[in-house]
Design a binder for this molecule. Structure first.
Ligand code: SF4
Length: 299
């Protein structure tokens, strides 16, 4: 048997279950140790090495690290890894001097980035310190992509998005807002060395049932959330039925309550344990008196 090679980072990933469970392999023990010492800025920067938006993730990450947490072997609940990330984000000091320096002499390569959301800004964050020039094209007047348009403000305040995105833009990304890319063919003919398409998948799924188009009272979840985010919709009726049991459904029902609904039900075709929503998304909805209609599907 080979001796354990502790110089191989994979070793730590495998023995630190939460770090292995995190898709970005964030060094969870290190940042929690910093928080325990009151070193919030350091904790934030440890996070930022793996995921560029700790303040955002500390509010909305789906936290696959927590079910992996070993604490559940001795206690009922895991360490609140995600919320601790938010603590670091909220209490950190100024991080500008801790960011990698941006070289004045560029490397001569220019990258076009389509879309102004998390993926695109992460690409910019990684390329700017190694001398690339980046142009970011966003069709909307604001950055943020789906996290701005689809996550309700009461879960993710716009200021948190602005702060973490602006840090990257201030490092020298050329940001072109209100600039939709309507032709990839035209863009490809421009003088860029590479292109990154970070437009996400911003379309909800239709439910093509009889009568679907006979009324304007039926909305598609993520389009409706986007209309609320950009203040095109400011109210809804008193009785609301949400069809589907994922996290978008939870955002829709909690948003409906805030827009004036007083009777909100979620209809799901299976049992509660098969619902796709995470516990931490479902439970706040139940606490706000959203009713579940299980084992039902519209037909
Ligand atoms: S909260 Fe999310 S980003 Fe943070 S360690 Fe867990 S899975 Fe990774």
């Amino acid at each position: 048997m080979q001796p354990t090679n502790t110089k191989n980072p994979q070793y730590y990933h495998k023995v630190v279950d939460c770090q292995w469970g995190c898709p970005a392999h964030t060094d969870v023990p290190a940042y929690i140790r910093h928080i325990a010492q009151g070193e919030f800025t350091e904790a934030y920067m440890v996070n930022r090495e793996s995921n560029v938006f700790p303040g955002i993730l500390g509010r909305v990450c789906d936290r696959p690290c927590e079910p992996a947490c070993r604490r559940v072997r001795v206690e009922e609940e895991p360490v609140a890894i995600c919320r601790l990330k938010r603590v670091a984000g909220d209490l950190k000091g100024d991080i500008h001097d801790l960011l990698p320096p941006i070289p004045e002499k560029k490397n001569g390569k220019k990258i076009a980035i389509v879309g102004g959301g998390c993926a695109s800004l992460t690409v910019a964050n990684d390329l700017l310190p190694i001398g690339y020039e980046v142009d970011i094209f966003e069709s909307l007047p604001v950055m943020g992509g789906l996290i701005r348009s689809n996550i309700p403000k009461f879960r993710l305040p716009p200021e948190v998005i602005d702060e973490e995105f602006n840090v990257i833009v201030e490092q020298g990304a050329n940001l072109h807002l209100n600039h939709p890319i309507n032709s990839m063919k035209d863009l490809l003919q421009e003088s860029y060395d590479a292109f990154f398409i970070g437009t996400g998948a911003p379309k909800g799924r239709e439910l093509d049932l009889p009568g679907r188009y006979d009324t304007d009272q039926i909305h598609i979840g993520i389009s409706w959330l986007e209309s609320v985010a950009f203040e095109h919709i400011e109210s809804i009726g008193k009785k609301v039925l949400i069809i589907g049991g994922g996290n978008t459904a939870m955002d829709c029902c909690r948003t409906s309550l805030r827009l004036g609904a007083d009777n909100v039900k979620v209809m799901y075709r299976g049992t509660r344990d098969r619902m796709k929503s995470s516990d931490w998304e479902l439970e706040p909805a139940l606490e706000e008196n959203v009713e579940l209609i299980l084992n039902h599907s519209p037909d």
